[in-house]
Design a protein around this ligand. Structure first.
Ligand code: HDE
Length: 717
């Protein structure tokens, strides 16, 4: 590219001023304003409009009132003369404003910020031995809708905050809706539902100033969790890299609770559900996550929608850990009813049951993502709940909250919530009733409707029958079993299972969050909690806070074995869909850019071209759009970089290089970019840096490296 073709960026430091040019090449005059006078045969993007009624309603036919009266004007209210007062009789004005005034519904009290997609679940049929659930029979395909969310923030909060993520899937099975309402962390803060308002009040913004938004780094949160030590296992996960996922597509999902399943022969098992992402489990780095919140607050939402739109449909394998349904409901000494405990995969491997593919973005966010209503009590024959006291309370909460959020008891009639099998309830009337009920006798028994509808046969595998389970002789009491009292063994197992770099991240996160607390006593108390997990962890955090780590009240156990499955580092994953920035400069040869672009795309990764200014990069017949300029690019949006020969590594992109380096991103370079990189102390011998004369070799090595997600060896070096 010559300087003639690549204009400078006015006003940016480092821009050349002497030969100042227009920021963009002058374009043809804009096309005339679209004709607004009559229906057009195409959509706003120019595609032919479909004949479907919905499409016609939006962009094929006349604008009308809500009652269908055709309107000739929606831009001016009806006035007594063009300068006169507005007339109350203007129905269209009142209807338009009234509807607008009521557009918002209450956001979810938790998990308000979410993104979702439609898809399909295809069963492998491997579950038949443990459950008769029809959607898990061989090769059954089930329509699904999955909503991912953060927990603490409001609907408009940023995506890459440190938080737990929701992972809720609605299976529209032939036997009714099954909701698997899980999280990306396999344990929870609390063991009993009655503590949920406490933990959420503590985590939400302070009631006086309504800050901080979507953060746990504040006094009330750490006040609560340092006093309520059953939260320790969850906070360990949340402070680990799992709390800042790279993408919804790269998170594991967990049902958290233990469920009871039953096979066709009536034999029961206890299970824990897992989702394993095909793209691997990856996280952001904390500094990067904070930057992303500013650069692109919709980072996760955009990533999910873009991937699906590009055809890179994310996939997760559903699996279960299976345990015998023993009366004690424990496995290898682990209480299966305690939602603050996991069962290590080394003790009970996750057995694959089927594949979830998300392949369609919602067409209307409000109708689908906002109005979807999940409930852990939406179960199908063959799957039932256990007495986990957290799960028991959830069974009440979800239905209750939908009444307020969705304005009444008929939310199951909303298209996104509607079962895809016949519904024949006897629920009538109520706010927002849309069903066209027939018959005269919505009660049982009746003779007027011929006794319909009839109860199904209990022996039919498609009838939901609660799985019989003996409840031991009991007396009413408000207390937990003693096995719930061990709050430190599993947090310790988690700590011991991480690699040194992950441990460092975890200690840094504790130090950061506690460093944001004003009350010294809270910091001290949380450090004291950590001494019972691991003395080195407590020392690292205490040092960062300028405190002394006290002697542990409950000394860490010395007999804990790590569970390697808990670490995210040291595994290799597909690189599909990872974003590679191709950094070009005024001296870059366009042919080289096109070659790099094609090479990256052929490998299933996403090339993002970066140039001093917008426009296109053309070589012969081929031309690619510049997707980011030096002004709009941010390293945090991308997974790796290729600095092309002639990129010129100017001060304008100094941040890009240094951030990519700090965030352990793979850096490939060719030609003079290799030597120029040395200016920033980055050499060809550094881990995760591929300076090669040959573009093909540089990109192949970059691809190979990226399968490990980050150049971890750079911190270890
Ligand atoms: Fe939820 N939770 N939760 N939760 N939860 C809600 O339901 C609640 C818990 C989870 O994308 C609410 O419809 C209580 C565990 C997800 O729409 C509410 C307790 C797990 C979502 C509610 C828990 C979850 C919610 C708010 C303690 C992981 C978002 C809006 C007993 C296994 C679903 C709504 C979506 C949403 C209550 C604990 C996951 C208030 C009382 C444990 C993924 O009903």
């Amino acid at each position: 590219m010559s300087s003639d073709e690549r204009p400078t960026v006015p006003g940016k430091p480092g821009s050349r001023t002497p030969d100042f040019e227009e920021p963009t090449t002058p374009r043809e005059p804009l096309p005339p304003k679209q004709d607004q006078s009559g229906p057009r045969p195409t959509t706003p993007t120019g595609a032919p409009s479909s004949d479907s009624q919905e499409d016609q309603a939006q962009h094929g036919s006349w604008l009308t009132t809500a009652q269908g009266a055709r309107l000739y004007d929606t831009d001016h209210s009806l006035k007594a003369g063009s300068r006169g007062p507005t007339l109350l009789q203007d129905h269209h004005l009142r209807e338009k404003i009234t509807h607008f005034d009521h557009e918002r519904i209450p956001e979810r009290v938790v998990h308000a910020r979410g993104s979702a997609a439609h898809g399909t679940f295809v069963s492998y049929g491997s579950a038949s031995e443990i459950t008769k659930a029809a959607f898990l029979a061989p090769e059954v395909e089930t329509e699904v809708f999955t909503r991912f969310s953060s927990v603490v923030g409001s609907r408009g909060s940023a995506d890459s905050v440190r938080d737990t993520r929701g992972f809720a899937t609605k299976f529209y099975t032939r036997d009714g809706v099954f909701d698997l309402v899980g999280n990306n962390i396999p344990v929870f803060f609390i063991q009993d539902a009655i503590k949920f308002p406490d933990i959420i009040h503590a985590a939400k913004p302070h009631p006086d100033r309504e800050i901080p938004q979507a953060q746990s780094a504040h006094d009330t949160f750490w006040d609560f969790v340092s006093l309520h030590t059953e939260a320790t296992h969850h906070t360990m996960w949340q402070m680990s890299d799992r709390g800042i996922p790279r993408s919804f597509r790269m998170m594991e999902g967990f049902g958290v609770h233990t469920f009871r399943v039953e096979n066709a022969a009536g034999k029961t098992f206890l299970v824990k559900f897992h989702w394993k992402p095909k793209a691997g489990v990856h996280s952001l780095i904390w500094e990067e996550a904070q930057m992303v919140n500013g650069v692109d607050p919709d980072f996760h939402r955009r990533d999910l929608a873009d991937a699906i739109e590009a055809g890179a449909c994310p996939q997760w394998e559903l699996g279960v850990q299976v345990f015998p349904d023993d009366p004690g409901e424990t496995f290898e000494g682990i209480d299966l009813l305690d939602p603050t405990k996991i069962v290590p995969e080394e003790l009970a491997p996750v057995q694959p049951l089927g594949m979830l593919t998300l392949d369609r973005n919602p067409s209307n966010f409000f109708d689908e993502t906002e109005q979807v209503a999940f409930h852990p009590g939406h179960l199908v024959p063959g799957i039932d709940i256990t007495n986990d006291p957290l799960l028991q309370g959830r069974l009440f909460s979800y239905l209750d909250t939908q009444l307020t959020r969705l304005g009444g008891p008929n939310f199951s009639q909303l298209p996104i919530n509607r079962p895809r099998c016949p519904v024949n309830d006897m629920f009538r009337d109520g706010m927002h009733q849309t069903a066209d009920h027939r018959g005269t006798a919505p009660y049982k028994p009746n003779s007027l409707d011929g006794g319909n509808p009839f109860p199904a046969e209990q022996t039919d595998d498609h009838t939901f029958v609660e799985i019989a389970h003996e409840i031991p002789a009991s007396k009413k009491e408000r207390r937990s079993p003693e096995s719930f009292d061990d709050h430190y063994s599993q947090p310790r197992m988690f700590w011991l299972s991480l690699t040194p770099v992950e441990q460092q991240h975890l200690a840094d996160a504790f130090t950061f969050e506690l460093g944001k607390c004003y009350e010294e006593t809270i910091r001290e108390r949380q450090v004291a909690v950590l001494t019972s997990v691991d003395s080195e962890l407590a020392r690292m955090v205490a040092e960062g806070l300028g405190l002394e780590a006290p002697v542990a009240q409950t000394p860490p156990r010395t007999d804990i074995e790590p569970s390697p499955a808990l670490s995210q580092v040291g595994k290799r994953w597909p690189v599909d869909g990872r974003k590679i920035g191709i950094v070009t400069g005024r001296g870059t040869d366009a042919e080289q850019v096109i070659r790099a672009y094609d090479r990256i795309a052929e490998a299933g990764m996403v090339p993002i071209t970066i140039a001093p200014a917008g426009g296109r990069i053309t070589s012969g017949e081929r031309s690619v759009a510049v997707e980011r300029t030096y002004l709009t690019v941010a390293s945090s949006e991308l997974d790796a970089f290729f600095f092309a020969d002639g990129a010129g590594l100017t001060t304008e992109i100094e941040l890009l290089i240094t951030e990519a380096w700090r965030h352990l991103k793979f850096i490939a370079a060719s030609g003079d970019s290799c030597t120029m990189m040395e200016k920033y102390g980055i050499t060809a011998d550094d881990p995760g840096v591929y300076c090669r004369d040959d573009l093909e070799t540089a990109l192949s090595q970059l691809q190979e490296g990226l399968s490990e997600h980050r150049a971890w060896a750079r911190v270890e070096a």
